[in-house]
Structure formats: C-alpha cells, structure tokens
Design a protein around this ligand. Structure first.
Ligand SMILES: *[C@@H]1O[C@H](CO)[C@@H](O)[C@H](O)[C@H]1NC(C)=O
Ligand SMILES: *[C@@H]1O[C@H](CO)[C@@H](O)[C@H](O)[C@H]1NC(C)=O
Ligand SMILES: *[C@@H]1O[C@H](CO)[C@@H](O)[C@H](O)[C@H]1NC(C)=O
Length: 317
C-alpha cells in the first residue's frame, strides 16, 4: 500500500513521540503546515499555481448569458447570472455574438434570446478580474457573422479595461504543452485568455484575440445521444498542430427536441452533470489526446449536478 508522506509523518508524531520532540523541531513542523495553507493560491487551489494552463481542466458555462428561471424560455441554458457562475467556480465563459442595430450583442440566435450588449458583459468580466487577482479566466466567444476583430471586438475590450489583462501568446498557435503556469500568468497580470472561434471576414487579427481552432479542438455540440460519444468535431486542419498537440474542449450538454428545436434539458441536468457522467465522457476522449484529460468542459445549468466535484477530480485536487 502506498502511504502518503504526510501520513507517515503523522504516524511518527504520535502523542508519545511528540513529548520527546525538541521544541525547535516541532516549530518547524507547525511552520511547514502553516506555509502550505497560506501560500499562493491560483484559481482557488495552491496546487494549480505550478501547473501549466494547458494541463488544467476548466469548468465552462455554455451560453453563459442565457440565464433565466423562466421555464417557458426554451433558449435558456443557464439559471444563474454571470457573477454567480463565477462564484460557483466557472472559469470559462462561452457566448455567441450577433450584431444588432449597430451594437454587438450576445444572442442565442435559434430562439432569439437577447443576452444584452457585449460591452456590458465585458464590464462584468473586468469587475471579476479586478476583484480576483489570483484567478485566470478564459472567454470563448463565437463570431458567426465574421465581425471584424480590430474594428468591432477590440474597441469593446479596450473600453471595458480588459486589454491589460489579456494574455498574448509568444507564438500562435500555442501547443498544449507550451502554455505558462497559472502562477506565471498571475504574476505577469495576464489573467484573461480570449478565444474567438473564427476571425472576421476582413481577415485582420488582434494579438490577444486568439482564433480558437488550431489551438483547441471540440467534440460535437447539440448532442441528443445521452451516451455522449467522443469524436473530434470542429478543428482547424492538421496544417497547424495535430489534434494531440492541441488543447481540447468537450461539450457536455444533452439536448432534447421540443417542437422541432434542439433545447437543453434542466430536468436531466442533475444526471448529465453528475460526476459519473462527466468522468465517463472525459474518459471516452482520452485516446485522442495521449491520455490527457479535457482542458475545458462546457455545461448547461452549471448550478445543477456536481460539475465542480468532477472537475476537481480531473485536476487531481
Ligand atoms: C514546480 O514544478 C517544477 C517542474 O514540474 C518543479 O521542478 C518545481 O519544484 C515545482 N515548484 C513548486 C514550488 O512546487
Ligand atoms: C495533466 O497532466 C497529467 C499528467 O500527465 C495528466 O494525467 C492529466 O490528464 C493532464 N490534464 C490536462 C487537462 O491536460
Ligand atoms: C433562479 O433561481 C435560483 C434559485 O432560487 C436563484 O439562485 C437564481 O439567482 C435565480 N436566477 C435568476 C437569473 O434570477
């Protein structure tokens, strides 16, 4: 049996042994314990500080802006607002954009759920980063209308005061193994990673708006098969990095069909978001990634089920 070192130490420090330990030595033991509990913490865990961003599983909120308790609103995928999602431990926020009356909004197009202006959403993100200096957050936005990075997206990040937090990788695409540790990102103040699925139609880039595919591949979304089989769905061609050298995201959401439309299912969410279901899905993907766990998992109804327990388990916390 493998006995962890701290347990061995405890066994040696039985009450009788304690009496005979010189005070100086006892101090050292106590000091060591204090240091371990009061040292740097990254995304809520000391053990994550020394881990590469590319070697961590982050819990993500699918269609993060669609929060409402109105059960008649079939386009909703969440029940709690963005600050509450972040309080729960969500560290990737996903959202779909749509230009509307000259302003970029987040919108669930299929059912027309307007999630408000991107500018307002980014202010909430900035507020979180201002108030949580030891946290790294990832944004994953979709750009289905091919809106310009420098003309439309970048000014919104500038107005929200987010550019100073945005991580600019030394090369693009960055292989999974090349990412800095959370501790390094926090020390450098670059605590926001922004992925956008597709570059704008004008083809112009911005250094901190990272095209998703090429660095991340995804499993299929809008799945109705409750067994959630794993396959590589969206990915940029092998011209860049092979799948096993990219990070990857699993879409852990099961839809049902209501009047011909695909909608998320809050009734099943506690089962979908159970540890068993999440770990099993992750395990089905391992062979695409040299045995590595998913980097990001997107969930519907992040307040239901046990997603943070599952993610901690994947991170061996
Ligand atoms: C961080 O990780 C590196 C390499 O994995 C290791 O050499 C180093 O001792 C670790 N530092 C801490 C503080 O755990
Ligand atoms: C991180 O690395 C460990 C050890 O190689 C691996 O077991 C784990 O699946 C990795 N996780 C991610 C998200 O890469
Ligand atoms: C929905 O209801 C839950 C439980 O009462 C509550 O915590 C949450 O804040 C509500 N969501 C919204 C968007 O009002």
């Amino acid at each position: 049996m493998h006995v962890p070192t701290p347990l061995l130490v405890l066994a040696i420090l039985s009450p009788i042994a304690l009496i005979t330990i010189p005070t100086s030595q006892l101090d050292r033991v106590i000091h060591h314990r204090l240091c371990r509990t009061t040292g740097p913490v990254c995304n809520g865990h000391a053990d994550l500080c020394n881990r590469s961003y590319g070697n961590i599983t982050f819990a993500g909120s699918h269609d993060s802006f669609t929060f409402t308790n109105d059960t008649l609103q079939l386009a909703r995928d969440q029940e709690v607002d963005i600050p509450t999602q972040l309080d729960f431990g969500i560290r990737l926020l996903q959202a779909q954009s749509h230009l509307w009356l000259g302003a970029l909004h987040f919108c669930h197009t299929s059912n027309n759920l307007d999630g408000g202006k991107v500018a307002d959403y980014l202010t909430i993100v900035a507020n979180f980063l201002d108030n949580n200096p030891n946290d790294v957050l990832t944004l994953l936005f979709t750009n289905p209308e091919g809106v310009s990075f420098p003309d439309v997206w970048a000014p919104l990040f500038e107005s929200a005061g987010l550019v100073k937090y945005a991580y600019v990788p030394p090369r693009n695409p960055m292989p999974q193994s090349a990412w800095p540790t959370l501790g390094e990102m926090i020390a450098n103040g670059e605590r926001l990673v922004v992925f956008i699925d597709y570059v704008g139609k004008d083809g112009r880039t911005v250094d901190y708006l990272l095209p998703e595919f090429g660095m991340i591949w995804e499993t299929p979304y809008d799945m109705t098969d409750p067994s959630l089989p794993c396959s590589i769905d969206r990915i940029r061609g092998a011209d860049v990095l092979s799948a096993s050298n990219q990070m990857y995201l699993i879409n852990h959401e099961i839809d049902i069909i209501v009047s011909g439309a695909l909608v998320s299912d809050p009734v099943d969410a506690p089962t979908t978001n159970s540890v068993t279901s999440i770990i099993a899905h992750a395990n089905r993907c391992l062979h695409f990634a040299n045995g590595r766990n998913p980097n990001f998992i997107l969930f519907d109804f992040i307040n239901l089920g046990e997603i943070f327990k599952a993610v901690d388990q994947l991170n061996r916390l």
